[in-house]
Design a protein around this ligand. Structure first.
Ligand code: CA
Length: 232
């Protein structure tokens, strides 16, 4: 079990990260201030720490510096507010391994955490496959059969999230919390709109009834009243 500590005083962000990471089967602890964060981080063995910089009690830089002084080498990902470049520099100077600027999407955070943990036996495949649909998470290429499909970055994130959980119904709430920024204003039908766009790109062009048996099966399904899934 991979253990992650989140040190973040904004409860909404902390709890939403915790929920997302737990769905990815990480074990997650949360500290809502720097002092508790430091105490937990020095007492327990985490695989990674997500550390906000502006914290009540002890600030993030101090937490980071003191952990390193104590000889704790747990990978630390610092969260900084937009545009505070000097914070990033100070964070990396104080011994952090990486930083992420708010607002960020959950998929971005997850990718950073995976990179920090670098556990090869757990690593996910670079190319995700559902039926004849392939998504390359490294060069961002998406193909159905031999045909390349162009997606915007949001469409790509949405498809990647669905393809990481094939044959599984995902609710709109799960999709929003994984694919959109925490601070983004999401309209109730945003997910539907993006699903419709994806369907137009990955299913409809391949599903021409005139093609008869050459037509391909739809991959993207609406599970009425529950959400969406990819694959049967
Ligand atoms: Ca904060």
């Amino acid at each position: 079990m991979v253990r992650i500590l989140i040190v973040e005083d904004e409860h909404r962000i902390a709890n939403s990260i915790k929920k997302g990471l737990e769905q990815e089967r990480y074990a997650v602890d949360v500290a809502y201030n720097g002092t508790d964060g430091f105490d937990l981080a020095s007492a327990e063995d985490y695989d990674a720490i997500v550390l906000d910089l502006l914290l009540p009690g002890m600030d993030g830089l101090e937490v980071c510096r003191r952990l390193r002084e104590e000889g704790k080498h747990t990978p630390i990902l610092i969260l900084t507010a937009k545009g505070q470049t000097q914070d990033k520099v100070a964070g990396l100077d104080s011994g952090a391994d990486d930083y992420l600027t708010k607002p960020f999407s959950f998929e971005e955070l997850l990718a950073r955490i995976r990179a920090l943990i670098r556990r090869p036996k757990n690593s996910l495949p670079i190319v995700l496959t559902v039926g004849d649909l392939k998504l390359n998470t490294q060069n961002f290429e998406v193909k159905r059969g031999k045909q390349k499909i162009q997606l915007s970055s949001k469409e790509f994130s949405l498809l990647e999230y669905l393809m990481r959980h094939p044959h599984q119904t995902l609710t709109k709430e799960q999709i929003i919390s994984h694919v959109w920024d925490y601070n983004a204003d999401i309209l109730p039908n945003t997910v539907e709109v993006y699903i419709r766009i994806l369907r137009r790109k990955i299913d409809l062009p391949f599903n021409d009834p005139k093609a008869g048996r050459a037509g391909k099966k739809a991959l993207l399904h609406t599970v009425r009243g529950f959400g969406y899934k990819i694959g049967d």
